[in-house]
Design a protein. Structure first.
Length: 328
């Protein structure tokens, strides 16, 4: 849950199944607006002070900001059985569990009941990061982090509650200077290079507990092959999502835990990094606001915490927000 994502968060996914990929053919979509507050405590966040004071291996300072932003999505559904769809925007299913990414892609429902989606996730707005996050006592300079991702999803596999989500992403930094202030050898500094490729897999299972109620457990695996061995890592994690759709009220609550282990000793601190990440995310929607059928009130709240064996990488974030969405 990063700030760029928080600014555009908004909406909920109806988990309920329907015939085909939409209730009707043709063009449909939504426009949403959100406002709230986001707070971050991280040495890696450029919202913090440019100058890191104190010792290098110490936690960052908390920064709190007001947020406001729009979000939109479009879908065009066609085919005799409404089994084909072109889409652009942000997936409601991702937003409901706290993930925000712009996607452009194609989705089709097969005769077996499996829904297949292939999409491209471009970087439209580069993320600001520190060129050398380890610099202390002097102002740090910003650089831009960019990248593109490609995603393949299978849902309702052969009509079952199983789903598989896979993605490949590339990450680039305009001016990578990690460790240049630490007096490291050139070989040691190279191990801190953050550019690389990521491979993501998520397997989930949806279990209904009653009318409009259910849970979705999931297993997540991520491998990041960075140019620097000390930045390469593997992540193993689990998620549990509870959803409730009763009357006008829709609630999605997700808790997750990830363990992340790095491949080599970090020369800035002399040990291999390991992280334990905990997060919780709540999405709420109240439909037919002011008795206007396509208008909904939406609220998002989230908290995440990274507990690292290196204090420098300890991090916590929270989000509180309120907005409206209009569907057409």
């Amino acid at each position: 849950m990063n700030k760029n994502g928080i600014i555009t968060c908004l909406a909920l996914l109806p988990f309920c199944a329907s015939a085909g990929l939409a209730e009707r053919g043709g063009l449909s979509g939504e426009i949403s607006v959100l406002g709230g507050v986001a707070s971050t405590d991280s040495n890696l966040s450029t919202n913090a002070s440019e100058t890191k004071s104190g010792t290098l291996n110490s936690e960052g300072n908390r920064e709190t900001d007001a947020i406001f932003g729009p979000l939109g999505s479009l879908k065009f559904t066609f085919g005799q059985n409404l089994d084909k769809q072109i889409f652009a925007g942000t997936s409601r299913e991702d937003i409901a569990i706290g993930i925000v990414a712009l996607e452009v892609g194609y989705k089709q429902e097969l005769a077996s009941g499996t829904q297949v989606s292939l999409s491209y996730l471009p970087t439209l707005l580069a993320e600001d990061v520190w060129a050398d996050p380890f610099l202390t006592g002097s102002p740090r300079t910003e650089t831009e982090k960019t990248g593109n991702a490609y995603r393949l999803q299978f849902s309702r596999i052969s009509g079952s509650p199983f789903a598989l989500d896979m993605a490949y992403a590339q990450t680039e930094f305009d001016n990578e200077q990690s460790g240049s202030s630490l007096g490291l050898t050139s070989q040691q500094q190279e191990t801190l290079d953050r550019e690389g490729d990521s491979f993501y897999t998520k397997l989930s299972y949806r279990q209904f507990l009653g009318a409009g109620l259910g849970v979705t457990p999931a297993f997540v695996y991520l491998k990041h092959d960075a140019d620097g061995d000390a930045m390469s890592h593997q992540t193993y994690g689990g998620e549990l999502t509870y959803f409730s759709f009763l009357g006008r009220n829709k609630i999605v609550l997700t808790g997750s835990f990830n363990y992340r282990g790095y491949d080599a000793v970090n020369p800035a601190f002399g040990i291999e990094r390991t992280d334990r990440e905990y997060s919780a995310f709540l999405a709420y929607e109240y439909a037919h606001l002011f008795e206007i059928h396509p208008l909904s009130l939406v609220s998002l709240a989230g908290y995440s915490h990274i507990d690292s064996n290196i204090d420098f990488y300890n991090e916590s974030q929270y989000l509180l927000s309120l907005g409206v969405t209009y569907r057409f």
